[in-house]
Design a protein around this ligand. Sequence first.
Ligand SMILES: [Zn+2]
Length: 311
Amino acid sequence: MLGITILGNNSAIPAFGRHPTAQIVTVADELFLVDCGEGTQMRMSTFRVRQSRITHILISHLHGDHFYGLTGLINTMNLLNREQELHIHGPAPVESVINMHLALANTQLRFTIHYHTNPAEGGIIHQGAQVQISCFPVTHRIPCWGYRFDARTGRRKLLVEKAKSLGIPAEFYKKLVQGHDYENPATGACIRNEWVTEPGPVPPSYAFCADTLFNPAIAGYLQGVHTIYHESTFLESEADKAAIRFHSTARQAALLAKIAGVKCLLLGHFSSRYETLEPFLEEATPIFPNTLLAWEGTTFLVRPTAVSKPA
Ligand SMILES: [Zn+2]
């Protein structure tokens, strides 16, 4: 199971009770913070997110509404006696900005921060036991990356009758589910894993597409992804403004979801010019029906999907 908890869904200026960009991606017992706009730590407190469980922070780009909350959050972690290491991924200057703030305040951190600069062309940035994370470049006014999460389950489905008929002892079934072959200790004969198991469910996957101009090429990074968050700063009536400011409209977000062949689209990063959000949904759903508004305080769950058997 993978969960996305929306902490902030607005663009540059907080408005109508909406806050700058931040969201928590939960995979198993690990939390990943994606962007950290101003006030993110207060939003975490409101929605009872345990910041001590955050292991990685992923910053998409250095516009203030995506990272002005980072120094404050790090400072609070320090005051709460965090000892666990923290990984921060993003554009290279993040490290110097944070270090400058901490140095000016003469703050000595009790924990180690590992900074990781995103490769310009994107790529895998984290290989964990539960999830693989990669970044991909998007099209914004300054360098900006989206993040893709591929949960791992790696578990295969055991065909018990077949395993029994081939004489595999029950105590080896756990290993079969993990993908191991069985070797008969008496005869040395090998029973290949795929003879007695079949593929398990497809692990959940999610991509945060950050701030971007509509760019169909981004779909290339989203192949096989179940759910995406795509910005929709504007409605189509303001498409000219969207283009000038390197942002997208709700219609364009829906088009991208359709081109990428994903299953679910979350819309966010709404301009402060809009008081109500329903028009975003009305604009997107005729193109991509399974569209949801990324309401703050909501956790969206992505479950493993069953593998359809070949006919
Ligand atoms: Zn931006």
